[in-house]
Write a protein that binds this ligand. Structure first.
Ligand code: F0G
Length: 460
């Protein structure tokens, strides 16, 4: 499609079936919050109006995906659905071995069970929470090496997801024997949904080759990342996104994937890699928990939905709409004086809660306070990505996370522009009385991944 002169963001789809939403009153929402200990993960989704908790598995499937579900073949071994899935994956990611899994973290669990272990170190631009937990569960250390700009919410840099290549080189120079593999998360979810440039992927890949270390992509949002490369990195303006994805994959030795993100499916994932020996060990682990390697915890119909979703994920009209609609939300919040991470990421807008609520100390969880206020105000569910998520360490100590953000993740092809206008109105109203919001304290928590089940109370 050539660029049209219109400014209106056109959703490149019509609505085919609708899902009613339930309206609630403020009083109902305030009591719902208290009932779940101010943990938004514990809320029944029917009590939520606009659900921006995650973009994971929450997208709308296309008519072609639903049609492909009818082609699902449920043979235990060697189903044609597996081969269609594998061909769609290797068409974009030409790795030798593809192991389907029920979702991304299952791929992480298998990979790090095979490659992690006590005393080892896994560097990443920024680990996502499940990736970090899976690394740490094996006794290994998860080290984040983002560039400096990646930790400054207001710093404008086209590729804030980049890894600090000098820091990686330094770590490998000192500790190469302890590093089983290097990971790059594209886009960098925990760091604001920020993209990694092709130049950075190449530089990281070069350092890995120098030290003989495999590079794995955490590729959940690689299509959005590739769109940013196409629109921001010199030399890529005319390169199709599918080719950019293939070029990124070509610089790596393997990948983990959650098909619940860019592949536009409601469930699924995979681990793909070139190394024969590692693949063999991973396949044996997969059989223990996920299932036979041609279905890996998924129904044949899920494999079909992923295969079709992958084709749609790299469509330029879709990606243009996707990135522009996220930018629309971010720009409106910025204009309303709400501090947001800039530039805007691919799948979400991140509010800088620490900047909006300077009267709340990081250990009184400004992100959690803001997320609760957004829900109470308008039934908008968001997700804290800050000290609640990352502040508690395996040794039981607690420190402030580098940033306290609240993520407004946009499910794919699900909400219309008027839904987003409503979110802007809600967030603007909350920001106007930010000074009155109380901090939170934790009443109970587990030792790992506490954000899912911890209970909170407002500070009086
Ligand atoms: N890696 C990244 C970068 C992710 O964002 C996620 C999930 C995973 C791995 C794990 O994939 O959920 O299929 O097991 N992120 C979701 C989110 C949950 O809300 O950002 P999964």
């Amino acid at each position: 499609m050539t660029e049209e002169p219109f400014h209106t963001i056109i959703e490149p789809f019509r609505i085919h079936s609708v899902e009613p939403m339930r309206l609630t009153t403020r009083a109902q929402r305030v009591s719902a919050l208290a009932a779940v200990g101010y943990n938004l993960f514990e809320l029944p989704a029917d009590d939520v109006l606009i659900d921006l908790l995650t973009d994971s598995g929450t997208g709308a499937m296309s008519a072609e995906q639903w049609a492909s579900i009818q082609r699902g073949n449920e043979a235990y071994a060697g189903a044609p659905s597996f081969y269609r899935f594998r061909d769609a994956v290797t068409g974009l990611f030409p790795f030798a071995h593809v192991l389907p899994t029920h979702q991304g973290r299952a791929a992480e669990k298998i990979l790090f069970t095979a490659a992690g272990g006590p005393g080892l170190i896994v560097p990443n631009n920024t680990h996502f929470d499940t990736t970090r937990a899976n690394v740490e569960f094996t006794g290994a250390q998860a080290v984040d090496l983002p560039i400096a700009e990646g930790l400054q919410p207001a710093a404008r840099h086209p590729f804030k997801g980049n890894m600090d290549v000098a820091a990686l080189d330094h770590l490998l120079t000192e500790r190469a024997d302890s590093v089983p593999l290097v990971m790059l998360t594209v886009t960098n979810n925990s760091g604001g949904g920020q993209p990694v440039s092709m130049a950075n992927v190449r530089a990281v890949s070069d350092v890995c080759r120098k030290f003989g270390k495999p590079l794995f992509l955490d590729a959940c949002r690689i299509a959005e990342n590739a769109w940013f490369i196409r629109t921001r990195e010199p030399g890529y303006a005319d390169v199709p996104v599918a080719d950019i994805v293939r070029e990124m994959a070509g610089l790596a030795d393997g990948m983990t994937m959650s098909a619940k993100k860019d592949p536009l499916a409601n469930i699924g994932g995979w681990l793909a890699l070139n190394d024969e020996n590692l693949a063999e060990r991973c396949r044996n682990l997969e059989i223990l928990t996920e299932g036979f390697p041609t279905y890996g915890g998924l129904a044949g119909r899920d494999l079909e939905a992923i295969a079709q979703g992958l084709r749609e994920a790299v469509d330029h009209d879709y990606l243009r709409y996707r990135v522009r609609s996220v930018e629309y939300l971010g720009a409106a919040l910025e204009q309303a004086g709400v501090p947001v991470v800039v530039p805007f990421g691919g799948h979400a807008v991140f509010i800088d809660a620490r900047a909006l609520l300077p009267h709340i100390e990081p250990l009184a969880y400004p992100g959690q306070a803001l997320a609760c206020a957004l829900y109470a105000e308008g039934g908008v569910r968001t997700c804290e990505i800050g000290t609640v998520m990352f502040g508690l360490h395996p040794d039981g100590t607690e420190t402030p996370a580098p940033m306290d953000l609240v993520r407004l993740a946009i499910p794919r092809r699900t909400y219309t522009q008027s839904h987003i206008d409503y979110v802007i109105e809600v967030a603007t109203r909350v920001a106007a009385r930010a000074d009155d919001l109380p901090g939170m304290r934790i009443v109970s928590q587990p030792r790992q991944l506490r954000h899912f089940t911890a209970r909170f109370a407002p500070e009086s």
